[in-house]
Design a binder for this molecule. Structure first.
Ligand code: 3PG
Ligand code: MG
Length: 394
């Protein structure tokens, strides 16, 4: 992938427009619950400020209706947090598409939620041109939104005088390429989460490439069903049993493996007070819900991880939010932390697990992407990266 890089450009005195992904989780009052994406966006912003650029940053927040900014859509709380992290005030500019605001060299402003602008999501050309006219250099640092072709992630890159990748975008591309292009083997993928349906494409792609495919959560339940096990009241998608079988067949034909749970942790409800039982997978009863893998399975997964060369991790293997169902994910996290393998991890739940088990320092690379992370691993062309590639030579 050849893209211009921000660090190779002279930004002094230039108007720089940075598209970041500051789409962070908030509580009902709008407080920021987790600010990894804001912190990850700082290096590019600081680079521009330190080198005397006039900096405009924008991002989407949520999925608002275009044409209005409701209270829950505003980037105001993000402007405050950004200001704290940069130790300087960050002005929030509303109605910015047509310009009419000043930014001085060495100053940074935040442009209100770009997804509130009419035409953003449809990648409207007129909107993209107007935004491009605001800057001398367009920087895309929003890896988390790189799978969307929207006016701030795609269209603007065609019309800005210069279009380049920011430091976070560059680091994401480098780390994910390292894990996908020529990975140290064995290559182990962990794909957990509720639904096979939302991860079917990634499962099929990984089935062609990885040596071991560890499935977890509702996905594992559907795989258990496919291999003839009873799963009681567990979350699963019976209609996708054939697809799960196909994934296992692809793996088997390659001499690779989908290690399924041999023991599980069950309860009759998902709650903090639920009573958990560890049982062999053959003993799951009609009213049981499988909420984690059991200790034997955990040990087996930990062993696979210990011998891996590269690990790609998206999704937990149990309902780790509750301690009685956290054992499998915890054991896996600890195995990853102790492994010499290069591990890339991505996705909201995975980041939460990494935080809960305090292993952030021991993970090779933590991606800020959820959907973008998966699509990159699937080998798809991400429109935002393609748009930067198209501007490499000019
Ligand atoms: C994310 O949170 O995955 C990114 O910010 C992209 O958001 P989107 O799915 O609303 O496009
Ligand atoms: Mg999302």
């Amino acid at each position: 992938m050849q893209v211009k890089k921000l660090v190779d450009l002279n930004v002094a005195g230039k108007r720089v427009f940075i598209r970041a992904d500051l789409n962070v989780p908030q509580d009902e009052a709008g407080n920021i619950v987790e600010d990894t994406r804001i912190r990850a966006s700082l290096p590019s912003i600081k680079y521009c400020l330190d080198n005397g650029a006039a900096v405009m940053v924008t991002s989407h927040l949520g999925r608002p209706t275009e044409g209005e900014v409701r209270a829950e859509d505003t980037l105001a709380p993000i402007a405050v947090r950004l200001g704290e992290l940069l130790s300087k005030p960050v002005r929030l500019i509303r109605d910015w598409v047509d310009g009419g605001f000043e930014v001085k060299p060495g100053e940074v402003v935040l442009l209100e939620n770009c997804r509130c602008n009419k035409g953003e999501k449809k990648d409207n050309e007129e909107l993209a041109k107007k935004m491009a006219a605001l800057c001398d250099i367009y920087v895309n640092d929003a890896f988390g939104t790189a799978h969307r072709a929207e006016a701030t992630t795609h269209g603007i890159a065609r019309f800005a005088p210069v279009a380049c990748a920011g430091m976070l975008m560059g680091a994401e591309i480098d780390a994910l390429s390292k894990a996908t292009e020529n990975p140290a083997r064995p290559l182990v993928a962990i794909v957990g989460g509720a639904k096979v349906s939302s991860k079917l494409t990634i499962l099929k792609t990984l089935a062609q490439k990885v040596d071991q495919l560890i499935v977890g959560g509702g996905i594992a339940n559907t795989f258990l069903l496919a291999s003839g096990h009873r799963i009681g009241d567990s979350l699963a998608e019976p209609e996708l049993v054939k697809e799960a079988q196909a994934v296992m067949d692809i793996m088997k034909a390659r001499g690779a493996e989908v290690p399924l749970p041999v023991d599980v942790v069950v309860a009759d409800e998902v709650s903090a007070l639920a009573r958990a039982n560890r049982i062999p997978v053959e003993e799951v009863g009609p009213h049981d819900r499988i909420l984690d893998v059991g200790p034997k399975t955990s040990a087996k997964l930990a062993d696979i991880i210990a011998h891996a060369g590269t690990i790609v991790w998206n999704g937990p293997v149990g309902v780790f939010e509750h301690n009685q169902f956290a054992g499998g994910t915890k054991m896996m996290a600890s195995a990853i932390a102790h492994s010499d393998a290069f591990c890339i991890a991505g996705g909201g739940d995975t980041l939460a697990a990494i935080a809960k088990f305090h292993i952030a320092q021991d993970v090779g690379y933590i991606s800020t992407g959820g959907g973008a992370f998966l699509e990159f691993l699937e080998g798809k062309t991400l429109p935002a990266i393609a748009a930067l590639e198209a501007r490499f030579n000019d």
